[in-house]
Design a protein around this ligand. Structure first.
Ligand code: BES
Ligand code: ZN
Length: 881
């Protein structure tokens, strides 16, 4: 391997920087073939550092043309060149360092540092991309002010952008021009960005609550200029929301968003100049689905919210990544809940958490929300750091209360403005404002693994006391054999026969008691604990556990079918109601996988679903969610080891058994297709379309009469992509020739529209019908397929692994071997994307013995190859038993 033993970075070895950078001046002579970068760094030795302290400048794949210290060439003995970059010794207390480097943006397929996308030059610096541009202390705790001069060909690159405010611009001889940008806010290097291109600018304005006028500018390729309205509207909503819900205001005169086609991630929060994967900017009703609209809005909001949670207050080191990402995900989730999706947002988020984060936390790549070692930081932008990190923040709020939490956030932003801090600093502030001991709570940051929560109740009719028994246990994870109890907030309520909530009094300890309420947050902080609810006249008909999913745990409350069905019918907490249905459906699938059809359970499910379909009080969007089965990924977690093809089969069989008898009721409950086919971005319209599409998918899946024909009609008549795509997805597993006709039509129509064409690639790659390997080959030979474009590669390999179980998990291991071959090929171009796509190959421990051995063998083979550090790290950790 290129780096035989990737060296570990350890949290315990963190040391504050010995040198501060007081100012940074960057001059770019931009050209795709060769770009020259001149950097002028003013440094000062930190007081704590001794006079002998050397200055570390990181650098990677750079050509060094010139190095000067205080105007002179340095003594060669004082300069060490190593794998990390440069080490300068013998510097005076303050010095000015001039460095000239040369880069080849055109040859940069890793898409980190300065690269070319669609004819524009652009940068991606998080986490450690700045070191591919110039030698610099490329660590988040070195903050400085930037002045950036960009120079380029005026015809090819009329637009020149960098962070902050443009302070100068002008013409130069030879058809070139320049612009100078100054960012008044000190920032770490990972937030640096520049863009040079021939781009259209779609603009708008926003007035902050204190009266600052902000220019909003979205830069896209000219032919996309009419697809920016939703992005701009989303940005304005996010800016207003951050003021109202979090008291945070924008701080520069301009906020720019640039869309690029080639991007490793979703988007990046560079100060004042966000870079976005085009798929999270561009939208029109014909080319984007409701889900796309919602994602765009939430990514725009997420990157905007980083301006405070990440940029104004940043991370001390990369172990603290969740400080900005977990908090910002929490903030964007709140935004989407309050502005767009309301009750169903929590359900979507829990679905994601269970399908992606729980498996990560149970597998070989498990790590704490705040990791304490890494070989490659790019591999730690994970579901755990992001989604579990957001859950930890949510639990904090549940424990200290909304108002105190908000005061804590205000204090956090005020106290640490302009600083690089830690997750401990964050919790300290919350402890300070709440006066609570959060010592045990901090373990959520350091202990990996999903806790298993067992819950039960015992009612004493004589005393009217309900005893609630809770117990927790976390399974071991790599490097953490011993687990300790966590501080877990368990929100619950008791439902009566008629579905109303029963009031009771929580008696907490011998004398402490609280007034009678109808919902409680029990705080479990030991292995086992009991609580008492007093004043009940009768036993509850059902216990509504973990309302709003108050903690990221897997719950076993041992509830029977009747109790769960009661919750499905009546629970007023949308999440708990949906979760009761999920538990029943999961049990039915597990029974089938284990070879024992539970006909009684399936019949009870049919009855419960029939009642929901009849109940006009259930909102369409919630009904759509209630009609969904747990995902394949989530179901795989229910077994120690499983055959993924069998799980898929059982899941489909349960779907059929439960819903086939409801074909007529499904039709009766279908929203009026013509009426809602308008692409309107409102909760009501999106909810109706979600239900419409879920019912169509169900009808096709159960083989209902005329369903395939109806899907074809819906596809042909659709004016919004939400309906067109759903129709295609509904027939994607059908053997009816209509599938091929519709997909071919879709390809013809959108051949030249990359974002839409990605969806065609995804449908084809994910379909299990016919010869999936031949189809995969054809996809890779399609004129639109490009290995250097991450969206396109992900569109093919992602669904092939996630949905095409029959081929990816073909028992002879063909699917695993094919994938490994593609990954090796991709790794040579784009290590980050290869490492991400390799993750499904680390799930071998959860497969039945034959496939497990096949997958492991493929990983072992990969481990023997010459891989990037990114991919090697995933492969090596993935092999650990
Ligand atoms: N800071 C990240 C982008 C990033 C991650 C850049 C890793 C480089 C390496 C950004 O704020 C982010 O989190 N983006 C997410 C989308 C977001 C809505 C969760 C992404 O890109 O997936
Ligand atoms: Zn982020």
């Amino acid at each position: 391997m290129k780096d035989a033993a990737p060296s570990m970075v350890l949290l315990s070895e963190y040391r504050a920087p010995d040198w501060c950078v007081e100012h940074l001046d960057l001059h770019f002579a931009l050209d795709p073939a060769e770009t020259r970068v001149e950097s002028r760094i003013r440094v000062r030795r930190a007081e704590r550092a001794g006079p002998g302290a050397a200055l570390r400048l990181h650098g990677q794949d750079l050509e060094l043309l010139r190095l000067e210290i205080d105007g002179k060439e340095p003594d060669p003995d004082s300069v060490t060149v190593d794998a990390e970059g440069l080490l300068l010794a013998g510097l005076p207390e303050t010095a000015v360092i001039r460095i000239e480097t040369s880069l080849r943006p055109e040859a940069n397929t890793a898409l980190e540092g300065l690269y070319v996308s669609g004819g524009s030059l652009c940068t991606q610096c998080e986490a450690e991309g700045f070191r591919r541009i110039t030698y610099f202390p490329d660590r988040p705790d070195v903050l400085t002010r930037y002045r950036v001069r960009l120079e380029a060909d005026a015809a090819r690159y009329p637009v020149l952008l960098a962070n902050g405010n443009r302070v100068d611009a002008g013409e130069l001889p030879g058809g070139r021009h320049y612009a100078v940008w100054e960012d008044p806010f000190p920032k770490p290097s990972y937030l640096f960005a520049l863009v040079a291109g021939d781009l259209a600018c779609v603009s708008d304005r926003f007035t902050t609550r204190s009266g600052r006028e902000v220019a909003l500018e979205v830069y896209v390729e000219h032919h996309n200029r009419d697809r920016c309205d939703h992005a701009l509207a989303s940005l304005k909503r996010a800016m207003r929301y951050d003021e109202e819900a979090f008291g945070r205001e924008y701080d520069l005169d301009v906020y720019m968003i640039v869309a690029v086609d080639d991007f490793n991630m979703g988007a990046m929060e560079n100060k004042g100049l966000n870079l976005f994967n085009a798929k999270y900017v561009l939208a029109s009703p014909e080319t984007a689905t409701d889900d796309d609209y919602v994602h765009i809005e939430s990514v725009i909001a997420h990157e905007y919210f980083h301006n405070w949670s990440g940029n104004r207050v940043t991370c001390r080191d990369w172990f603290q990544l969740s400080l900005k990402e977990g908090l910002t995900v929490f903030r964007d989730q709140e935004f989407t809940t309050d502005c767009t999706l309301f009750g169903v947002k929590r359900i979507d988020d829990v679905q994601r958490l269970r399908a992606f984060q729980f498996p990560e936390d149970a597998g070989p790549l498990a790590h704490p929300v705040r990791p304490d070692h890494y070989a490659e930081i790019n591999n730690f932008y994970t579901m755990t750091v992001y989604e579990k990190g957001a859950e930890v923040i949510r639990m904090l709020r549940a424990l200290i209360g909304r108002d105190v939490f908000r005061r804590g956030l205000d204090l956090y932003f005020e106290r640490f403005d302009g600083q690089a801090v830690t997750t401990d600093d964050f919790v300290d502030v919350m402890a300070e404002v709440s006066g609570r001991d959060l010592g045990l709570f901090r373990r959520w940051y350091t202990q990996a693994g999903t806790p298993r929560l067992s819950a039960g109740t015992r009612f004493d009719a004589e005393t009217g006391v309900l005893q609630v028994d809770l117990a927790q246990q976390t399974p071991p994870t790599p490097g953490q054999k011993e687990k300790h109890p966590l501080h877990i907030p368990v929100r619950l309520a008791l439902l009566d026969r008629d579905g109303s909530r029963l009031p009771a009094q929580l008696v907490d300890g011998p004398e402490m008691s609280t007034p009678a309420m109808s919902e409680w947050v029990l705080e479990l902080s030991a292995d086992k604990q009991s609580f008492k609810l007093h004043g009940l006249r009768k036993a509850p008909a059902a216990v509504s556990w973990l309302r709003g999913f108050s903690a990221p745990v897997s719950l076993d409350a041992g509830q029977g079918t009747d109790e769960l069905a009661h919750l499905v019918a009546h629970d007023d907490d949308a999440f708990a109601r949906w979760d009761a249905a999920q538990t029943l459906l999961r049990r039915a699938v597990i029974a089938r996988v284990e070879g024992a059809i539970d006909a009684t359970l399936e019949a009870a499910l049919t009855t419960a679903m029939a009642a929901l379909l009849e109940d006009s009080a259930v909102e369409p969007v919630l009904l759509a969610a209630l009609l969904e089965l747990p995902s394949h990924r989530e179901l795989m977690e229910s077994f120690e080891r499983a055959d993924p093809v069998a799980v898929d089969g059982a899941r489909r069989a349960v779907e059929k058994a439960v819903f086939a008898p409801l074909a007529e009721r499904l039709v009766a409950r279908t929203p009026d297709r013509k009426r809602w086919d308008d692409g309107a971005f409102t909760a009501e319209a999106m909810g109706q379309r979600r239900l419409l599409n879920r019912i169509l998918a169900l009808r096709v899946a159960v083989g209902a009469e005329g369903a395939v024909a109806e899907a074809a009609r819906q596809y042909r008549e659709a004016s919004s992509q939400t309906l067109a795509m759903a129709a295609l997805a509904a027939v994607n597993e059908s053997t009816d020739p209509v599938r091929g006709e519709l997909l071919a039509d879709f390809e013809r129509r959108y051949r030249n529209d990359p974002l839409v064409l990605d969806k065609w690639f995804a449908l084809e790659a994910g379909s299990q019908v016919g010869d999936g390997f031949a189809r995969l080959e054809r996809l890779l030979e399609h004129p639109g397929f490009r290995w250097p474009n991450p969206n396109r590669v992900r569109a093919v390999l992602g669904p092939f692994m996630a949905q095409n179980h029959r081929h990816f998990h073909q028992a002879d291991g063909t699917g695993y071997r094919r994938l490994a071959g593609y990954l090796e090929q991709l790794d040579a171009l784009n290590p980050q994307t290869a490492a991400r796509l390799a993750q499904p190959l680390t799930r071998w421990q959860r497969l039945e013995p034959n496939r497990s051995a096949q997958m492991r063998a493929v990983l072992e083979q990969l481990a023997g190859k010459d891989l990037s550090r990114d991919l090697a790290d995933v492969v090596q950790r993935g092999l650990a038993r």
